[in-house]
Write a protein of this length. Structure first.
Lengths: 270, 662
């Protein structure tokens, strides 16, 4: 059985700045990283591989340099890596992206039965959290979002039971395979690649699938297939902070004052 | 009647066989080690051997070491006496009396006196082990009152007593003419004559055989015990690292390779020889900041475990079978635990006190290398650290674009090739740590005041990778080292000044392995030089910091032997010599943050920084002066924990910059 992990290369947003003139992200010289939530999805898949012997495939849609992201996945232990890259995929919103990923998973399913699809709950650049559910809908898979714990996996009866992290509560749900799961950071601690795995991944094969392979209608992918348009992007004005109390001479009183202020604004709870 | 040469010959042969077999069994295991080039610079090695082995330089550094030196030198003299004894036993016609009389008499006198000295020294050693053992004489597996230790002392004592007995009997019988040259044996002769007037011959024979038995017994026991150091210490010192062992060797990363040390076979032959050279003296244990604060790491036990592991697994490894005990694993005599390996601050105090020049620190790093690079097994706090270093080239994962924010109000020029003289390598702490940023500003003020041409790499500066290397993440360190060396070479940098001893040692010593060879100086050296040359003129003498005590950073002091520069600078800035810690200079005690400990939690035992701060407070200083960002953090945290509000911490640069205020 195959587990497919969808991963994305994103700019390291702590280093991103917004061009005040064009209102676009300044990406020059900003390093790319694997979307942090996806690293937890990857870890979850690798743990299932370690426990049950499932195989793991990582897929990513992106420009040719997104190969680095897949190499990272290979260094962590995925069995195959597929880059979905084609000019016609470019400029995609979440809908068009889901279409591409869905088709790729369908193709993989023809090679080897897919039991689970794992995604991070969202990406740190788009922050929509729509792609995972979009894939599940198109594939007709059960969707289990915001998972923070895998309770049980039964490979015989082909079921997975997970805990979902919701606002103020947890929910334990079970679903049959195939299922799509999105994960939150609390799920696990991603592993660190060993040096032999890094060296092996350096020249392991990353398969590239373009639209000649996926054969999708160009009206459903890329910019053309994207009904969402970003009209403006900007940094919110940050309110200037204030100095609370006299921390130099009376730190205890200053700390108490600060706590009172935060409590009164409902920013912290006792 | 003289002793039967045939019988003695047979016993000697048997003992030699046991001795050689024991030596072979142990020493041949050393050949399992990996290659290590230690055959260069013979002259310097001989000098090292003379100084540390024959002159016992390090041994006599401690008071009781004098006792060892007496035994050691006596052994050298008595080697002749025992050579004579053996030859005479085999060939009764052989005698030292064949030598010219003055020489013969001188030798007799020396043997007699030295035997007495040895006896006294052995009795002292006995008493020390039995009645006032220092805590560091005992480790988990080797105790001060161990049977082995006492047995060896008994053999030596017996050897001396028998020596006096047999010579006393000879004198009493009138067979030995040189009574005037054997003052101690002459006393023994009186005793023998008074007590056994009728059986002098029997006393002689008894003592002779007792002497033979002690000598041959000692020979048999030697290779089975820690007293094998008698054979291994001298070669170990000869092959010891020349200069300071302040860096680690590079690893070659090739597909299919294995990295670090998982089993004893992954160590070098010198690492293995170290195990057999250890005398279990416990000096490293007494100096180690981890061992002193109740952590599981005891450098002596680490070496003991490597030796035990080698004895257990060596024969298996030789046959191509896998080792039964890993180097790092569950607690046992032949393994070190993971906690042990991660507790090391790489402060180097163990190596600096070792009388036989054992190199503990490189072994710790080799074991860490295996854990990190082959098993991805390390304290969980380090995951974020490793990822931050790889992703953002600083320990905290702060955006590299923030690197220049330490100087919002002062003008800092970029380094320009061919124009700027000094590259001020700010370092991660200097750029990001809110406290250390103040030191960076102080440094900039000093550099400007001295009129130096200086600049920084601004946002292009990257972390030097010190902690990565000491933590065993050599793969990522290598990438950073290559990038940094390329950057420094492309920028045509010739002189670098750092404010951090870790950047300093990495750029100076570690990067040399990557072809970077330029002038790297620590700010304490530069400031001291500028003050001495009067290029830096202070506006006033710094008095408002009160009494100042100086804390030596391990990587500045022990690892790079810079002790005087910061003290001289303080003297020039404050007008008086700084106060000293109880443990200072070469014996300075680590702050607890080196070796990547800065990025780990300290859960076992007492906190190292508290131990050090308490030591400082004994001297009631107003100011603790440091020269390292890690020491700064650890000292400030320690003072806060102990609520010692009356004492402050200042970097040397801050102290001196204080004198630049109008």
């Amino acid at each position: 059985m195959l587990i497919v992990v969808c991963i994305k290369q994103v700019p390291d947003t702590t280093q991103v700045q917004i061009d005040p003139v064009t209102n676009t992200l300044v990406r020059d010289g900003i390093p790319f990283i694997v979307n942090p939530y996806d690293t937890h999805a990857l870890e979850a898949a690798l743990q299932l591989k370690d426990r049950f012997g499932f195989r793991v495939a990582a897929i990513s849609m992106g420009p040719p340099n997104a190969e680095a992201t897949l190499r990272k996945a290979l260094s962590l232990g995925v069995d195959k890596a597929i880059l979905l890259s084609d000019r016609v995929f470019g400029g995609a919103d979440t809908l068009a992206t889901s279409n591409v990923l869905t088709r790729a998973i369908q193709l993989l399913n023809k090679q080897e039965e897919v039991g689970l699809v794992l995604c991070g709950k969202q990406t740190i650049d788009g922050d929509t959290a729509q792609v995972g559910p979009g894939i599940a809908t198109r594939l007709g898979y059960t969707q289990l979002t915001l998972v923070d714990r895998v309770e049980r996996v039964d490979s015989l009866s082909r079921k997975i039971r997970v805990r979902r992290k919701l606002e103020g509560r947890h929910e334990i749900v079970e679903a049959p395979f195939p299922a799509m799961i999105t994960v939150v950071r609390e799920l696990n601690q991603p592993r660190y690649p060993t040096v032999p795995m890094r060296l092996d991944s350096a020249d392991a094969e990353v398969t590239v699938w373009n639209n000649e392979v996926l054969k999708l209608d160009v009206a459903t992918i890329g910019l053309k297939g994207s009904p969402t348009w970003v009209s403006r992007i900007f940094s919110p004005e940050r309110e200037k902070g204030e100095v609370v109390g006299d921390g130099l001479n009376d730190p205890v009183a200053a700390a108490n004052l600060l706590i009172d202020k935060l409590l009164s604004k409902d920013l912290i709870a006792v | 009647m003289s002793p039967n040469p045939m019988l003695f010959g047979a016993l000697l042969l048997a003992s030699l066989f046991v001795f050689c077999a024991g030596c072979y069994r142990r020493l041949s295991l050393i050949s399992l080690g990996q290659p290590d080039e230690r055959f260069d610079s013979t002259g310097e090695r001989l000098r090292q051997m003379f100084l540390h082995a024959f002159a016992q330089k390090q041994v006599v550094g401690k008071f009781f070491g004098l006792n060892h030196a007496v035994i050691f030198w006596s052994f050298l003299v008595l080697l002749l006496a025992n050579g004579d004894f053996v030859l005479h036993g085999l060939f009764p016609s052989f005698s030292l009396a064949l030598l010219p009389a003055p020489l013969h008499h001188a030798l007799l006198f020396a043997f007699d006196l030295v035997s007495l000295l040895t006896l006294a020294a052995v009795l002292f050693a006995f008493a020390r082990r039995l009645f006032f053992p220092h805590p560091s004489m005992s480790s988990a597996y080797v105790k001060a009152r161990s049977v082995e230790g006492l047995l060896i002392l008994s053999f030596i004592a017996l050897l001396m007593l028998a020596y006096f007995g047999l010579h006393g009997a000879e004198l009493a019988m009138g067979k030995e003419q040189g009574a005037a040259y054997l003052p101690v044996s002459a006393l023994a002769a009186k005793l023998v004559a008074a007590n056994f007037p009728a059986s002098l011959e029997s006393v002689f024979l008894f003592c002779w055989w007792l002497h033979a038995a002690a000598l041959l017994g000692f020979l048999c026991l030697l290779p089975q015990s820690k007293h094998m150091h008698i054979l291994t210490a001298i070669p170990n010192i000869f092959f010891g690292a020349l200069g300071k062992s302040n860096t680690q060797p590079r690893e070659r990363f090739v597909k299919g390779g294995s990295y670090g040390a998982a089993t004893v076979g992954d160590f070098t032959w010198k690492d293995l020889l170290d195990g057999f050279a250890c005398t279990e003296c416990g000096r490293c244990q007494d100096a180690c900041p981890a061992a002193c604060t109740g952590k599981s790491l005891n450098p002596r036990q680490v070496i003991h475990a490597i030796k035990t592991n080698l004895l257990e697994n060596g024969p298996r490894l030789r046959k191509g079978m896998p080792a039964t005990a890993p180097l790092v694993g569950p607690e046992g005599e032949a393994t070190s635990t993971a906690e042990t390996v991660w507790s090391c601050t790489t402060c180097g105090s163990c190596m600096s006190v070792c009388p036989v020049l054992i190199e503990h620190m490189p072994k710790m790093v080799k074991m860490r290398r295996h854990l990190v690079q082959m098993e991805s097994s390390f304290p969980e706090e380090l995951l974020a650290f490793f990822e931050n270093m790889e992703g953002r080239s600083n320990p905290w994962g702060i955006a590299p674009s923030e690197r220049t924010k330490w100087h919002p109000t002062i003008d800092v020029k970029p380094f320009e090739a061919g124009k700027t003289e000094y590259l001020f390598y700010v370092g991660c702490a200097g750029a990001f740590d809110s406290r250390q940023k103040q030191v960076s500003v102080a440094m900039a003020t000093i550099l400007d005041a001295a009129g130096l041409s200086w600049g920084t790499l601004g946002k292009d500066e990257k972390c030097c990778g010190d902690s990565l290397r000491r933590l065993g993440n050599e793969f990522v360190f290598e990438q950073m080292a290559r990038d940094n060396v390329r950057l420094l070479q492309e920028s045509v940098v010739k002189k670098i000044v750092t404010q951090c001893p870790h950047c300093f040692t990495t750029l100076k010593n570690d990067y040399r392995q990557y072809g970077l060879d330029l002038e790297v100086i620590h700010h304490t050296e530069l400031i001291s030089r500028l003050l001495a040359d009067k290029r830096l003129k202070l506006n006033k003498q710094v008095t408002d910091l009160g009494s100042v005590i100086f804390h030596d950073s391990c990587y500045l002091g022990r690892h790079n032997e810079i002790y005087d520069a910061p003290r001289e600078a303080l003297q020039m800035a404050t007008g008086k010599a700084p106060g000293e810690f109880g443990r200072s200079g070469k014996e300075s005690f680590c702050c607890g943050a080196g070796g990547g400990r800065m990025w780990q939690e300290e859960q076992e035992g007492e906190r190292i920084n508290l131990n050090r701060v308490k030591e400082a407070l004994e001297k009631k200083p107003d100011t603790i002066c440091v020269s390292c960002p890690y020491c700064m953090t650890m000292m400030e945290d320690g003072l806060k924990d102990l609520q010692a509000g009356g004492t402050r911490v200042r970097d040397l640069a801050e102290v001196v910059a204080e004198g630049l205020r109008a």
